[in-house]
Design a protein around this ligand. Structure first.
Ligand code: NDP
Length: 282
């Protein structure tokens, strides 16, 4: 039997409709239009594509967006200066610094400089600390999108075994904390995990965010498990996930990549922009 495919595009469209409805209500109530400010350093083609997609989503829900471009040669001070300007701009609802930054820029310092109230990517130490304390406010968009997918699909979490492969601050750690917050029993695996297959086979819910094309194969998956493929890898010009094509035959539900977590991540960015605006201007 083949897994039920979780349709990230359809779910993302519902999230965007919800956000659009709420933005429209706020505008009718005389509130200002939320504004998402994106800082883009250099001209990385993948980043350009992401930022274009974000602009499109913002437009669709009635959120304004502004792009702030710096040359690839920009220094840490240059980027910090731009972030400081945006922090001081009351018209801004959310600040997004597009990663990766060029090597000479201290990305940790830049992220830390974002005012936590504007932190729509949920990457500042404050936002991540709140998540660790079990009191999340602005949560990174990919893990947030995954939780929404699991909820929409009616996946039981309390008391279930969840395994997360990958421990980045962007995906692995925050999704592990969110799953823990929903009372799953969580294992966080990484490149030094011994016998990864034995660990992943325990999972009722398996989230794979390793950046290794097709690494998780059918024999690493418990029959009937819910599998979320976060990976986005370019192989011979094609985008593929971290989960192999045979997993669909074993899993109970599968969020494929592309077409799963990606659209949800983008939808959650506009949702976080609205949330940041609501928190500051209730
Ligand atoms: P990182 O490179 O920051 O982290 C990768 C993690 O995977 C690390 O913790 C690493 O372990 C672990 N890992 C690498 N190889 C193995 C292995 N063979 N076995 C077990 N663990 C391994 O990546 P990100 O978390 O930023 O992204 C992961 C993937 O998700 C990428 O493909 C990325 O493109 C994609 N992504 C997709 C998004 C979307 O919107 N769809 C959003 C964000 C990411 P260690 O810590 O030990 O090095």
């Amino acid at each position: 039997m083949s897994a039920l495919i979780l349709d990230g595009r359809a779910m993302a469209a519902r999230v965007l409709d919800e956000v659009a409805g709420e933005v429209a209500r706020r505008l009718e109530g005389g509130r200002s239009r939320p504004l998402l400010a994106a800082v883009l350093v250099g001209d990385d083609p993948a980043s350009e594509t992401y930022v274009r997609g974000k602009r499109r989503d913002s437009e669709r829900v009635g959120i304004a967006s502004s792009d702030h471009r710096l040359p690839a040669s920009a220094s840490t001070q240059d980027v910090l200066g731009k972030v400081a300007d945006l922090n001081a701009d009351d018209a801004v609802s959310g600040i997004l610094v597009q990663l990766p930054l060029p090597r000479q820029v201290d990305a940790a310092r830049v992220i830390e400089a974002i005012d936590p109230d504007w932190d729509v990517d949920g990457l500042t130490p404050y936002s991540q600390g709140r998540l660790l304390l079990g009191e999340p406010l602005l949560v990174p968009c990919t893990p947030l999108g995954i939780m929404r997918m699991l909820d929409e699909a009616g996946v039981e979490l309390a008391g279930r075994r969840a395994v997360v492969a990958g421990r980045s601050n962007l995906v692995g750690k925050p999704i592990a904390l969110l799953l823990l917050g929903r009372n799953a029993t969580v294992t966080l695996a990484h490149s030094r995990t011994a016998d990864l297959g034995a660990v992943t086979r325990e999972a009722d819910v398996l989230v794979v965010a390793v950046g290794q094309p097709g690494m998780v194969r059918a024999e690493m998956v418990k029959p009937g498990a819910t599998v979320i493929d976060v990976g986005v890898n370019r192989v011979e010009g094609k985008l593929v996930g971290d989960v192999g094509g045979d997993v669909v035959e074993v899993a109970g539900r599968l969020s494929p990549s592309p077409g799963g977590v990606g659209p949800m991540t983008r939808a959650m960015l506009v949702r976080n922009t609205l949330l940041a605006e609501q928190l500051r201007k209730p």
